[in-house]
Design a protein around this ligand. Structure first.
Ligand code: RM4
Ligand code: MN
Length: 385
């Protein structure tokens, strides 16, 4: 048990700055009270999640949503709040120039502009001390024949190579894939195989990031996780959950069993070992629920799934597997999943001087009332703000 507790304490879950801003669907964005007006206020909210869970010490930024004049100052502000800057997320999907793609666009000028943005993100990593760049491309085509699928791969490879070469010592990029949306016919990085192939060609500083909402329904995500970890190519996760498409709901809300199965493969593959460098990031939007508690709940969901995965009796499982004991092996697995780990986690928090129930502690803290009173006027942050 002490081993399990130590491992759980060492796990870091990164929250995304954009989760604290307003978000919505293409039908409506509902503004909420107390929402941050700038990146400094987003970091303050993220620090609350860390203060109550004890395991969310870094915050991912999204550029240009989190553009500031002085990134070193933003990083200093984060440190003062007790958190650090995590992955820098590039954004080459919200400029009019990118209608037909960014790094895969048929026009050289647009590709240059997109690649320059990615390079600028590496500059921001230098300024903030971030070691991870996350690349997601909305690039793709809507109609058969619209552009040359193969040429678009060439353009992608060229841009990735330029960014790769710019990475400094101790820096890496994570390439994210997504099956569809906004492109509806052929996405340029639609699956883990495409991302993996580009990363293998580039070298050790390029790894794949698995956004759990970016697959076709029914995809066995834990298989992908096991495979990538085995190859040393699992850079991290963008956790969220989905019922239908890329719903960006709270991780573990739609399918806690799937999250457990994913975390088991992480444990099995040594992915909790900090040296493996797997980043556990959230990529979510809280469209109708309050944002800070939404993040706290999500961090807790990942922690619960991790605890259950750590409880799998690996020896008993291996023995049953070796004997071909199908039902026995499955029973060992399900035993761990069916264990209520909430008392263990409450105990762990108390040992660390935290409240046993982070949700209740946040609600009691008065922070929400404070930001609602203080954050009047100005422009609330949201996608694009
Ligand atoms: C994309 C992708 C990226 C995230 C943006 C907000 O769908 O998941 O990781 O940065 O959304
Ligand atoms: Mn993502």
């Amino acid at each position: 048990m002490t081993d399990i507790k130590a491992t759980l304490l060492a796990q870091h879950i990164e929250t995304p700055s954009w989760a604290y801003g307003n978000s919505g669907t293409r039908f409506k964005v509902f503004a909420q009270k107390g929402v941050p007006r700038d990146p400094y206020e987003k970091l303050a909210d993220a620090a609350q999640v860390h203060a109550h869970t004890g395991i969310a010490p870094t915050v991912a930024l999204h550029i240009p949503w989190d553009k500031v004049d002085d990134y070193a100052d933003l990083a200093r502000h984060a440190r003062e709040l007790g958190v650090g800057i995590g992955a820098i997320n590039s954004n080459v999907f919200q400029d009019d120039d990118y209608m037909l793609g960014s790094v895969t666009h048929p026009a050289k000028r647009v590709r240059r502009k997109a690649t320059d943005h990615l390079l600028e993100c590496v500059d921001i990593m230098d300024a903030t001390g971030s070691d991870t760049l996350k690349l997601w491309f909305s690039d793709g085509i809507n109609y058969p024949g619209q552009d040359d699928i193969r040429a678009r791969q060439d353009r992608l490879a060229e841009s990735l190579a330029e960014v790769y070469d710019r990475l400094g010592e101790g820096q890496r990029f994570l390439l994210e894939y997504k099956l569809f949306e906004p492109a509806f016919y052929a996405t340029d990085v639609p699956d883990w195989g495409t991302a993996y192939a580009h990363c293998v060609k580039l070298g050790p500083k390029a790894q794949v990031v698995v956004d759990t909402g970016h697959h076709a329904p029914g995809t066995n995500i834990e298989f992908i996780v096991a495979f990538l970890l085995r190859e040393g190519k699992l850079g991290g996760f963008d956790f969220n959950s989905r019922f239908y498409a890329d719903d960006d709901l709270m991780v573990g809300a739609a399918d806690p069993f799937q999250l457990f199965r994913i975390m088991y493969e992480v444990v099995r593959g040594g992915g909790l070992d900090p040296e493996t460098g797997v980043a556990f990031m959230l990529d979510q939007c809280h469209n109708i629920e309050p944002k800070i508690p939404g993040q706290i709940r999500s961090v807790m969901n990942v922690q619960e799934a991790t605890a259950k995965a750590l409880l799998v009796d690996r020896e008993a499982l291996a023995a049953a597997q070796a004997e071909g004991d199908v039902l026995g092996a499955n029973a060992v697995f399900m035993d761990a999943y069916n264990t209520d780990v909430r008392p263990l986690l409450a105990e762990l928090r108390e040992e660390r001087g935290l409240a046993p129930d982070p949700m209740a502690a946040y609600a009691k803290s008065g922070y929400f009332e404070k930001i609602v009173a203080e954050r009047v006027g100005g422009q609330q942050a949201g996608w694009g703000a």
